[in-house]
Design a binder for this molecule. Structure first.
Ligand code: C5P
Length: 229
């Protein structure tokens, strides 16, 4: 069975834009990521549109709540048939365990991954929240905690992937945004790496949005990226 490594971030906000975009994304090479903008704009029909196009869905809603509420949201995602969903590790181990355990009773079990420290967060920002570790140690700490709670992996920057791969081992799933092919604009992403470098660092799945979605020819952009992989 094929296991596409490329996850296209479908950061649009209307049903028509989504329908137009999914037609151009080959499900043989790609999966789809539905984030907060799209889901809050048009709701679960976004999942349905992707599934009808044969695209597996990563529902990137980064749940963070009391354990009971978070777990039930994760279960609802499972019942939509998504391939992957996520929670914030900073919700704590009770919350992460509750989310994992509720999936044990489900017929369809999505991959459940954690968000450690958002890549947009600076060391000062972390400090402001009362976290006195440096950023790297906090990422490592939360990734190890999520592993101990039975999560399948984490979202991390491709630069962190190498370190986490060494610390946690081969079966922990690493999903990396902030990827830019050499020919694409960086946009607002900093600390970017190329698709090939991300895989070499140990990433399992690469999340790429604007180099594909803002292109006049998304199919061509996908073809070039897949070629690089
Ligand atoms: O367009 P671009 O390739 O920058 O899109 C990256 C996607 O990954 C966006 O949907 C963004 O919200 C998401 N993301 C990210 N950095 C994180 C977590 C998620 O860029 N740390």
């Amino acid at each position: 069975m094929s296991d596409p490594r490329l996850i296209v971030a479908l950061d649009v906000s209307t049903e028509s834009e989504l329908r137009e975009l999914v037609q151009r994304i080959p499900n043989t090479h790609c999966r789809a990521k539905i984030g907060k903008e799209l889901f809050t704009s048009i709701g679960p029909i976004a999942i349905d549109i992707c599934h009808k196009a044969g695209l597996d869905v990563f529902l990137d809603l980064k749940f963070h709540d009391i354990p009971n509420t978070c777990a039930k949201a994760v279960r609802a995602a499972a019942r939509w048939g998504v391939w992957m969903t996520n929670v914030h590790c900073s919700g704590g181990s009770d919350m992460m365990r509750a989310a994992r355990e509720i999936l044990e009773g489900e017929v369809h079990r999505p991959k459940l991954i954690g968000v450690t420290v958002l890549t947009s967060m600076s060391a000062d920002g972390l400090n402001e929240l009362g976290v006195n570790r440096d950023l790297e140690s906090q990422v490592d700490h939360l990734a190890l905690l999520s592993d101990s709670c039975g999560l399948d992996g984490v979202v991390c920057s491709a630069q962190e992937a190498k370190r986490l791969r060494q610390k946690i081992g081969p079966d922990f799933c690493l999903v990396t945004p902030g990827i830019r092919p050499t020919w694409a604009a960086a946009n607002d992403q900093t600390r970017i790496v190329t698709p090939r470098e991300a895989l070499d660092n140990g990433a399992d799945y690469l999340v790429i949005g604007r180099p594909i979605t803002a292109s006049d020819r998304p199919e061509e952009a996908i073809g070039r990226i897949v070629g690089e992989l």
